[in-house]
Design a protein around this ligand. Structure first.
Ligand SMILES: Cc1cc2nc3c(=O)[nH]c(=O)nc-3n(C[C@H](O)[C@H](O)[C@H](O)COP(=O)(O)OP(=O)(O)OC[C@H]3O[C@@H](n4cnc5c(N)ncnc54)[C@H](O)[C@@H]3O)c2cc1C
Length: 554
């Protein structure tokens, strides 16, 4: 079998690009790719410009020493079943992207000495909780109903993101009367209204790493979206994370567009309050009717907008009203032996020293030598059914924990592999402590490590062009969802934002950001986008029906 290339996209060269496109998308995260693919399916010529050496943003994968790891796709919910998310992926990849369901036990939450298995399916989830908290049965069902209710109202909550900004602003004023009030409360507030059982709250929030904030700070909306997202289990892209970009890029190329890598954009060109192009870091200029930024809110407003436009819009004031999400550390480890030989499954591990998520996080942020408040361990090679064909006799593990950019600030201006002994010593210490967490759960792996390296917030800054190593773009605090400047249409004609910052973090959230931005760009013709999804649904139903007709009746 020919080995697929993990790098996706085409290296930018001025002569490979056209001078003018219908739309230029800055950044090739899943939000940018989705937006570009939808526009391409509507017949537009779209140019995606990605500064990194490969496309995909956080959905990219990388190779080192004969191993491959994903960086921001550990598992995705809802895509292994018929769902809106799956339909969107199918449409933009034109059916080229396959998903593999993980083991039924997709997450295992370990709090101190207690272990809780999150098994796919609402009933299994309820059963596990009731077995552990029999006196809380009513609360547990109420909680499950509440996250389903949030999910039902979510399209109404985010409807303004697909509207013209002035309509969105009017709509968002009446929104509190349309959606339940839990949409405007923190996770802890809502859960403590349901129960005073702190251990149960700790278990229910045992996936808080997926939204990057402890329950007292995270909006309940974000918590509920994540909880619901994984309720039916997790899935992984067949062929690894890079399969996501690889499957979407041909859709963009078919309409004459391209996804360029090594394509660092320096500035969005604006004249008379209209965006008309971009200037690349090498000085090259490209023009387009519309410019979309998938580079994240901070990058867009503080780095890409010209200074006079920043001053006129008052972006410094906007930046005061939001905050960046936490940075992280990740050990990327490679082991000799297949998953079977090493006794590894696809179940993710969430390890907590105790149920006091807020206290543990605060103690660690004050002192990095304190206990890790959360260690998340993923086994990517066990999730990809294609892995053994691509990397026979090998397995991979990723170990993630939060981090502060401040701990690494002094090396910010130094170069990779030339940061000096004290940096390497700090990394070695974190690596050893994180590997120890893995060995505590999987002692059979001791002595079998073949390769490992640690990424720090400096790595994230480098491959994402972030400034604070933030892993989930903006934080998901309650008021974030009321900010009018986090709308896909920016107050400059022809300029849009997309990806997680216009919806929520997570591959699914950013993907829906791509869809909402396309709807906003289409304005009155937004129905055409919905038609793409509807037509696809009808096509699938026809195929299923045809298949059923060909099944011999017994
Ligand atoms: C460690 C980790 C684990 C995660 N695990 C999961 C998971 O299991 N499941 C899940 O659903 N989500 C997960 N996520 C979150 C998810 O990956 C992201 O929220 C999502 O992919 C963000 O997509 P986006 O479209 O907002 O853009 P991003 O992926 O943030 O992409 C932005 C792109 O813009 C580019 N860019 C920036 N500036 C410029 C410029 N000037 N010129 C050109 N290009 C530029 C960047 O290089 C980048 O490629 C994880 C994230 C991390 C960090």
């Amino acid at each position: 079998m020919a080995k697929v290339k993990v790098r996706t996209g085409k290296r930018f060269r001025a002569k490979r690009a056209e001078n003018h496109y219908d739309t230029i998308v800055i950044g090739s995260g899943i939000g940018g790719l989705a937006n570009a693919a939808f526009l391409s399916l509507l017949g537009k010529k779209v140019c995606v410009l990605e500064q990194h050496y490969t496309a995909g943003g956080y959905t990219h994968a990388y190779e080192r020493e004969g191993y491959e790891w994903d960086v921001g796709v550990h598992y995705i919910g809802e895509v292994h079943k018929p769902s809106t998310l799956r339909r969107v992926f199918d449409v933009i990849s034109e059916g080229r992207l396959d998903w593999a369901a993980m083991d039924d036990e997709y997450d295992r939450v370990v709090i101190g000495d207690h272990q809780y298995s999150f098994v796919a399916g609402r009933d299994n989830f309820a059963k596990m909780l009731i077995e552990n908290f029999p006196a809380e049965e009513k609360v547990i069902y109420k909680y499950i109903e509440l996250i389903r209710e949030v999910s039902r109202y979510t399209p109404k909550f985010f409807a303004g993101q697909g509207m013209h900004p002035w309509l969105a602003s009017a709509y968002n004023k009446v929104r509190p009367f349309i959606v339940p009030k839990v949409f405007f409360q923190t996770t802890r507030e809502v859960l403590e209204n349901l129960t005073q059982n702190q251990q149960l709250i700790s278990v229910l929030t045992g996936q808080w790493g997926n939204y990057g904030q402890a329950p007292a700070d995270a909006s309940f909306l974000m918590h509920a979206l994540i909880a619901k997202h994984y309720l039916a289990g997790g899935a992984y892209p067949v062929g690894g994370a890079s399969a996501i970009a690889r499957s979407i890029i041909p859709t963009i190329q078919k309409s004459g567009g391209e996804v360029f890598t090594y394509a660092d954009v320096d500035e969005i060109l604006i004249k008379n309050n209209r965006a008309y192009g971009v200037r690349m870091a090498d000085g090259h200029e490209l023009t387009a009717d519309n410019i979309v930024s998938n580079a994240g809110f901070y990058n867009t407003v503080k780095k890409l907008l010209p200074q006079d436009v920043q001053n006129r819009l008052g972006v410094d004031d906007w930046c005061q009203q939001v905050q960046r999400s936490s940075a992280h550390l990740c050990v990327y480890a490679g082991f000799k032996g297949t998953a079977e030989e090493l006794g590894l499954t696809s179940t993710n591990l969430w390890l907590y020293p105790s149920g006091d998520h807020e206290g543990n996080l605060a103690a660690y942020k004050a002192d990095p030598k304190a206990e890790f408040p959360l260690v998340y361990i993923s086994f990517p090679s066990s999730k990809d059914p294609d892995w053994d064909k691509r990397f026979p006799g090998k397995s991979t593990v990723e170990i993630v924990t939060p981090a502060k950019m401040d701990w690494f600030k002094e090396w910010e201006d130094s170069q990779w592999q030339k940061r000096g002994e004290s940096y390497e010593a700090l990394k070695a210490d974190f690596t050893e402590r994180l590997l120890e967490k893995l060995y505590e759960r999987h002692p059979q792996l001791r002595g079998k490590l073949d390769f490992c390296e640690l990424s720090t917030p400096l790595s994230t800054n480098w491959y994402q062009k972030n400034s604070a190593g933030e892993m989930l773009a903006l934080d998901h605090f309650v008021d974030r969802f009321k900010k009018p400047f986090l709308h896909p249409a920016m107050p400059v004609k022809g300029l849009y934002m997309t990806g997680s910052d216009v919806m929520t973090a997570g591959v699914g959230g950013a993907l829906m950001g791509g869809l909402m931005t396309t709807c906003t760009m289409q304005g009155r013709k937004a129905g055409a986008v919905m038609k793409l999804l509807k037509n696809y649904q009808e096509e699938v139903s026809r195929d299923i029906e045809a298949e059923q007709h060909t099944i011999p009746q017994t």
